[in-house]
Write a protein that binds this ligand. Structure first.
Ligand code: MLT
Length: 428
C-alpha cells in the first residue's frame, strides 16, 4: 500500500503521496501543495528538499556511505581509473574493455583546443584566479561549438559535447595555471594517460625535460575519482538548474565551476592550506589553534573539519588519508605546513570536544595536503576539484535532460514593503 502524509491547515486536511527510493529514503511529494492548499514550503539552503529523483550517486551521511551507480567508492578508488569512473557515472555502467578503449580514444582525440581560445586566455591578467579563467574558457566553448545552443540536439551530438568537455578540461585547467605563471602553454600529449597528460601540460617548461612521476599521476587519478560526484551539492544543483533552462551544456558546466569556486564549497581545500600557513606564520602552535577553535568567542574556524552531510565520518577522507600518507612517504616531502596539518589532525581525532561535535578531518583537509605535496599551487586546488567533479556534473546534467525535468523555479515568502505611493526625487 502506498504511504501518504497529511497536512492540516486552517481546519482543512491535505494528503500527499510519500515516495520511497531504492535505499528506502522517503520523501513527501508536494508537487501539488500550492495548487491544493495555497501554501509553499520554506527551506533555506534546501536542506530538507529533494530537488530531483536521481539514480547516479547514493550517500548516507549517518553511515558514511558513498556509492556511484551502486558501486562503493572504496572499490572504485582502489580498482578503477578516473576515466572508467567517468564512464560509469555518465552512462550508468562500468565499461567493458572495448567500451573503455573506445571512450579513452575518443577523449584523447579531442584534447586539443581551438587556437583562438589561446587569445581569450591571453586577455586575462596573470593575477586572475584560475577558477575564473577556467569557467570563462569552458563557457567560451559555446562560441566554438554553437550547435550546443540547440536544446533539441540528438543524443550523438550531446555525446560529442560530453567527450569534448572531458577531453579539453585538463588542457584548460593547465592553461589557467600557465597564465598565472606567465609561462607558455603546453599542448596535450596524447601518448599519455589522462592524469599524466594533465601534469605534463601543467608542469613542463620548454627549457627543461619533464617526466611525469607515476606516483603523482596515480595519486591524482585517485583524488579525481573521490571527487567525481556527490549527489545534489551546491555546484551540481547549479549545473542542473542552469541546464533546466535548456542553456548549453558548456554554459551549465561553466556555472557549476563558478558555484564550486566559493570557500564554502570547492574553495575549502584552498582555505585549509591558507589556514595552515597562517598557523605556521604565527609560530606553528597547532594546540593554540585547537583551543581557539573551541572558544565560542573566538572567530577562528577550523577549515577542513566536519561535513554538511556526513555526520560521523567522510568515507572519501578515509581513503584519501591513506593516499596522503603514501604520497608524503613516497615523495619524501618535508614541509612544516604539512607537519602542522598532521599535528592538527591527530589532536582533533583524539580530542573529546572535536569527537563529540563530529569535527573529523574531511576530504578537503587531505586533498589540500596532497595537492600541496604534489607541488600544485594553492589557488589551483579548486581547479583540481573541478577536474574531478566534471563527470558528475555531466552525468547529472544528462539525467536532468533525459528525465525531461521542468525549469527550476523556486518560490519565495515575500517580506518587503506592501504597496506604497511613488515618492518623487525632490521629496525623498
Ligand atoms: C562535495 O563533494 O560536493 C562537497 O563535499 C560538498 C557537498 O557535498 O555539499
Amino acid at each position: 500500500m502506498s504511504e501518504s502524509a497529511k497536512l492540516s491547515f486552517k481546519g482543512q486536511d491535505y494528503e500527499f503521496p510519500v515516495i520511497t527510493g531504492t535505499e528506502n529514503e522517503s520523501a513527501i511529494d508536494i508537487a501539488k501543495l500550492r495548487a491544493s492548499s495555497g501554501l509553499i514550503t520554506l527551506d533555506p539552503g534546501y536542506k530538507n528538499t529533494g530537488a530531483t529523483k536521481s539514480a547516479i550517486t547514493f550517500l548516507d551521511g549517518e553511515e558514511g556511505i558513498l556509492r556511484y551507480r551502486g558501486y562503493r567508492i572504496e572499490d572504485l578508488a582502489e580498482k578503477s581509473t578516473f576515466l572508467e569512473v567517468s564512464y560509469l557515472l555518465i552512462y550508468g555502467e562500468l565499461p567493458t574493455q572495448a567500451q573503455y578503449e573506445s571512450f579513452s580514444k575518443e577523449i584523447t582525440h579531442h584534447t586539443l583546443v581551438h587556437e583562438d581560445i589561446k587569445k581569450i586566455l591571453e586577455g586575462f591578467p596573470s593575477n586572475a584566479h584560475p577558477m575564473g579563467v577556467l569557467s570563462s574558457m569552458i563557457c567560451a566553448l559555446t562560441a566554438f561549438y554553437p550547435d550546443s545552443l540547440n536544446p533539441n540536439r540528438t543524443e550523438e551530438e550531446v555525446n560529442l559535447s560530453i567527450i569534448r568537455l572531458i577531453a579539453k578540461m585538463p588542457t584548460f585547467a593547465a592553461w589557467a595555471y600557465k597564465n598565472e605563471m606567465g609561462h607558455p602553454v603546453n599542448y596535450p600529449d596524447n601518448a599519455l594517460d589522462y592524469c599524466s597528460n594533465f601534469l605534463k601540460m601543467m608542469f613542463a617548461l620548454p627549457a627543461e625535460k619533464y617526466d611525469v612521476d607515476p606516483v603523482v599521476a596515480s595519486a591524482l587519478d585517485k583524488l579525481l575519482i573521490l571527487h567525481a560526484d556527490h549527489e545534489q551539492n551546491c555546484s551540481t544543483s547549479t549545473v542542473r538548474i542552469v541546464g533546466s533552462s535548456q542553456a548549453s551544456i558548456y554554459a551549465s558546466i561553466s556555472a557549476g565551476i563558478n558555484a564550486l569556486w566559493g570557500p564554502l564549497h570547492g574553495g575549502a581545500n584552498q582555505s585549509v592550506i591558507e589556514m595552515l600557513e597562517a598557523i605556521k606564520a604565527d609560530g606553528g602552535d597547532a594546540k593554540k589553534y585547537l583551543d581557539k577553535a573551541k572558544d565560542k568567542n573566538d572567530p577562528f574556524r577550523l577549515m577542513g573539519f566536519g561535513h554538511r552531510v556526513y555526520k560521523n565520518f567522510d568515507p572519501r577522507a578515509k581513503i584519501i588519508k591513506k593516499a596522503a600518507d603514501d604520497v608524503l612517504e613516497k615523495l619524501g616531502v618535508n614541509d612544516p605546513v604539512l607537519d602542522i596539518a598532521k599535528e592538527l589532525e591527530q589532536a582533533a581525532l583524539n580530542d573529546q570536544y572535536f569527537i563529540d561535535r563530529q569535527l573529523y578531518p574531511n576530504v578537503d583537509f587531505y586533498s589540500g595536503i596532497i595537492y600541496r605535496a604534489l607541488g600544485i599551487p594553492t589557488d589551483m586546488f579548486t581547479v583540481m576539484f573541478a577536474l574531478g567533479r566534471l563527470p558528475g556534473w555531466i552525468a547529472q546534467w544528462k539525467e536532468m535532460r533525459e528525465n525531461g525535468e521542468p525549469i527550476g523555479r523556486p518560490r519565495q515568502v515575500y517580506t518587503g514593503e506592501n504597496e506604497r505611493d511613488y515618492v518623487s526625487m525632490n521629496k525623498r
